[in-house]
Design a protein around this ligand. Structure first.
Ligand SMILES: NC(=O)c1ccc[n+]([C@@H]2O[C@H](COP(=O)([O-])OP(=O)(O)OC[C@H]3O[C@@H](n4cnc5c(N)ncnc54)[C@H](OP(=O)(O)O)[C@@H]3O)[C@@H](O)[C@H]2O)c1
Length: 237
């Protein structure tokens, strides 16, 4: 594939390295230097790319989505913190008949963790006395809090334990690549489920997987759907 990158920081550089390892080619790279450029202008530079991968900053996401939709280049959207603009983003993709895969977490391990948590929450829903909570910790450069992954975990638990308020706590310190914990606490005991990323490698691998999967497709997909289809053989929780 010939790939364009939005963002060339910790994630963008890793995606570039893994893409090159796989024999893919990197074309356009958009960074903070391009902050003032409009989507229509960037669309011109995107032609001839097979896909784009975005790990940049939330305020740039609507512009990046517009550029890819106008250029008819499928986009893998890894940036977090733009959920308030989700409707606009969907509309732009639909208006241009484009393709977008988005996800708060492109790690395959986290996709499995989501399904483990859903199963656990379903079990706790059947008994009295357990209160759920979510905790997450990331490196101090991460801008959004709680993490997008923590919000997905909260929603997974809330869908099964709907009437209980769910506390979500965030820590920002040092170089933590990303830890998420879901707990169920009762007077008698506490049960916790933890996913701890060791590095960013899993995110880069999942984003590249999504870039291959989205070739020839139209529409907006969440990475969970990609996972269901290509990793879990179409089985949904
Ligand atoms: N979905 C997932 O699995 C996942 C995993 C990890 C991280 N993330 C998310 O990915 C995003 C990036 O994380 P990171 O750790 O790579 O951050 P980072 O190291 O700070 O890199 C951010 C990059 O965005 C660029 N940038 C800033 N403003 C821009 C603009 N207006 N247009 C285009 N690019 C711009 C920066 O440019 P300069 O190089 O010029 O500074 C930099 O290259 C965050 O939202 C993070 O939460 C998602």
């Amino acid at each position: 594939m010939r790939l364009a990158l939005f963002g060339h920081g910790a994630m963008g550089r890793l995606v570039e390295a893994r893409a090159r390892d796989a024999g893919d080619e990197i074309g356009l790279v958009v960074t903070s230097r391009d902050a003032a450029r409009a989507g229509a202008e960037i669309a011109g530079d995107l032609r001839g790319h097979d896909a784009a991968i975005d790990f940049s900053v939330a305020p740039a996401v609507p512009r990046n989505v517009e550029a890819c939709a106008r250029a008819n280049v499928p986009l893998v959207e890894g940036t977090t913190g733009w959920s308030a603009r989700a409707e606009d983003v969907r509309r732009v993709v639909a208006d241009h008949d484009g393709a977008l895969v988005f996800g708060a977490n492109f790690s395959v391990g986290v996709q499995i963790f989501y399904r483990v948590v859903a199963r656990a929450a379903g079990l706790f829903a059947a008994v009295e006395g357990y209160e759920p909570f979510v905790e997450e910790a990331h490196h101090s450069r991460k801008r959004d809090a709680p993490s997008g992954t923590a919000l997905v975990l909260r929603d997974i638990v809330a869908a099964r334990l709907g009437d209980k308020a769910i506390s979500v706590a965030s820590t920002r310190a040092g170089h933590i690549p990303g830890t998420h914990r879901v707990g169920f606490d009762s007077a008698a005991d506490q049960i916790t489920l933890t996913h701890a990323a060791r590095s960013r490698e899993g995110f880069a691998a999942g984003a590249l997987l999504a870039a291959r999967w989205v070739q020839g497709r139209r529409g907006v997909y969440e990475f969970s759907e990609v996972f269901d289809e290509i990793v879990a053989g179409g089985k949904k929780e």
